[in-house]
Design a protein around this ligand. Structure first.
Ligand SMILES: Cc1cc2nc3c(=O)[nH]c(=O)nc-3n(C[C@H](O)[C@H](O)[C@H](O)COP(=O)(O)OP(=O)(O)OC[C@H]3O[C@@H](n4cnc5c(N)ncnc54)[C@H](O)[C@@H]3O)c2cc1C
Ligand SMILES: NC(=O)c1ccc[n+]([C@@H]2O[C@H](COP(=O)([O-])OP(=O)(O)OC[C@H]3O[C@@H](n4cnc5c(N)ncnc54)[C@H](O)[C@@H]3O)[C@@H](O)[C@H]2O)c1
Length: 472
């Protein structure tokens, strides 16, 4: 077994690992990157990319049903489910070169295609080689959680790792879990012609503001997605094509396919963390805000670091770790400025505190601004007037924003920037937004923060009357 000595050894070539590798090698560090599965990890192969490609196809199908308001005769689209999957595969193939072994080797990274396991605090084995590194970055991501439901071991089920390979449309897809995976897949499959039932043990879109979640839920239901909430599952039974899910209240739900979307389990299998002295639990590797583990040579980024599980968070983590292990500078993560978006129609987006969280944290110091999409001219023109922006403001600065509506994921960017940069509401109110754009809604919300001070102010009214009397 040969020995490789390097500055940085990264385990996992998904969103987090690839970002660390690309940054570190281009700044001059020697980097070894180890990947046991597919380059690109979950996001490219079984997560963000295929799900958004499927959602895009579903949106095209839905547009054909929704033409009436524009004077276009609605038609029920003919969906070639296999061809939709070709489109999904094509999108992955088009993006894949960016994450490929060839590209990273071209940048100067030594890529090893194998499953890594630690053999000591500063050594691991992969590809028949021993790798000794100054610093290690664990970026091994997560896998779908299979809940301990009675009967699950005997029933065929899908997860995000298998559903995108289905070539035949499920007649009736049952989805357990009403989080982002469950809800995005539910609407996409419904729009592509499947019957869909979502079974959620608590509340669907449970991490989002309930008022905004209700808007998205109403639209999914109107499109025919059956959503059962507060409905814990006790048993599953049946076989391929005939699945039965029994709820705690005794109801049975029958369907042809079952998708599990009940959260994630961090991927630590076979890493042999004990010999490396890396502490971990069910939620992930135990790290501080600097993402350093109990072994000072070992850091964790992305899903495996036990916090928010998003591709942009893995990328953010990568920047924090690169600063420390490449440049030797201190850096710490925070979460108050991290946005997330669920890509249903309407989209649901959040950054910072929700209204309930802000009320708890700031009490009477909180001002909540509300802007309906119905008052936005572009939303009206597009026939998408349903939606709401809420901005939580404390002492003239936003501390949270929640959006449900068309393009909510694009609109949240301004608020993510404002919160990260501590921008004042006056700066957003002073911005000139092009007309007619959905983005005007943000400026309008900021303007609304000042309108009581400007329009309901007797002192100002008296002052204006005085000025008017003396103005030449
Ligand atoms: C259906 C779905 C949709 C999603 N949509 C979005 C979205 O729209 N936006 C968003 O921000 N996030 C989304 N996510 C979440 C996003 O995919 C993850 O947060 C992101 O991929 C995490 O990146 P990571 O680098 O931590 O892990 P991963 O991308 O999972 O990469 C980990 C890599 O490590 C490898 N590995 C594991 N163990 C070892 C080992 N011992 N040795 C070598 N290699 C190993 C794995 O094979 C894998 O390639 C979605 C997730 C799913 C499941
Ligand atoms: N648009 C995006 O950014 C996006 C999309 C998909 C996934 N993701 C990431 O992937 C992660 C995983 O997504 P997810 O939807 O699987 O997980 P999740 O943890 O966000 O949601 C799972 C849901 O399943 C419910 N649940 C759990 N056990 C259950 C049971 N036995 N019966 C019924 N319901 C049950 C939970 O109450 C919860 O609402 C997300 O948290 C997110 O970080 C992001």
């Amino acid at each position: 077994m040969s020995l490789i000595e390097t500055d940085i050894c990264i385990i996992g070539a998904g969103s987090g690992g690839l970002s660390v590798a690309a940054g570190a090698v281009q700044m001059g560090a020697r980097v070894v990157l180890i990947e046991g599965g597919e380059m690109g990890g979950d996001c490219l192969n079984a997560g963000c990319v295929p799900s958004k490609a499927l959602i895009a196809a579903a949106k095209a199908a839905q547009a054909m049903r929704d033409g009436a308001r524009f004077g276009i005769t609605p038609v029920e689209p003919e969906v070639d489910f296999g061809a939709v999957k070709d489109h999904v595969a094509q999108v992955i193939t088009t993006i894949a070169p960016v994450d490929s072994q060839e590209r990273f080797e071209g940048l100067g990274v030594q890529v090893i295609r194998d499953w890594a396991r630690f053999t000591g605090p500063d050594t691991l084995e992969a590809g028949g080689q021993t790798i000794k590194a100054r610093r290690f970055v664990i970026a091994t991501g997560s896998r779908p959680l299979v809940p301990p439901i009675a009967g699950i071991e005997t029933v065929p089920y899908l997860t995000n790792e298998t559903i995108f390979a289905l070539r035949d449309r499920p007649a009736h897809l049952i989805i357990i879990g009403g989080g982002p995976i469950g809800m995005e897949m539910a609407q996409a499959h419904r729009r592509l012609g499947a019957s869909v039932t979502v079974i959620e043990g608590a509340k669907a879109f449970g991490r989002d503001d309930p008022e905004l979640a209700a808007v998205a839920l109403a639209n999914l239901r109107a499109e025919g997605v059956e959503i059962l909430e507060d409905a814990p599952v006790t048993t599953v039974s049946g076989q391929a094509g005939a699945i039965k899910v029994t709820l705690k209240d005794g109801r049975d739900v029958q369907g042809s396919h079952l998708l599990l979307a009940v959260g994630r389990k961090v991927h630590l299998d076979g890493l042999n963390l004990e010999v490396a002295g890396v502490t971990h639990d069910r939620k992930g590797i135990a790290v501080g805000p600097d993402l350093r583990s109990s072994n000072r040579r070992v850091y964790a980024v992305g899903d495996v670091a036990g916090g928010l599980q998003f591709t942009h968070v893995a990328g953010y983590h990568a920047g924090i770790v690169i600063r420390q292990i490449v440049l030797g500078l201190p850096a710490k993560t925070s979460t108050h400025h991290i946005p997330w978006v669920t890509y249903t129609d309407p989209e649901l987006a959040q950054v910072g505190l929700t209204e309930a969280e802000a009320r708890k944290a700031h009490g009477d110091a909180l001002t909540v601004l509300r802007q309906e999409f119905a008052h936005n001219d572009r939303a009206q023109a597009e026939g998408k007037p349903k939606g709401l922006l809420k901005v939580m403001v404390v002492k003239g600065r936003p501390v949270g924003a929640s959006i449900v509506g068309p393009q909510a994921g694009e609109l949240i960017g301004l608020w993510a920037f404002a919160i990260a940069s501590r921008v004042k509401m006056s700066a957003i109110a002073g911005m000139v937004a092009p007309y007619p754009t959905l983005g005007e809604i943000s400026k309008r919300a900021a303007g609304a923060y000042f309108s009581p001070k400007l329009f309901d102010n007797p002192m100002l009214k008296r002052f204006v009357r005085l000025v008017q009397r003396f103005l030449p």
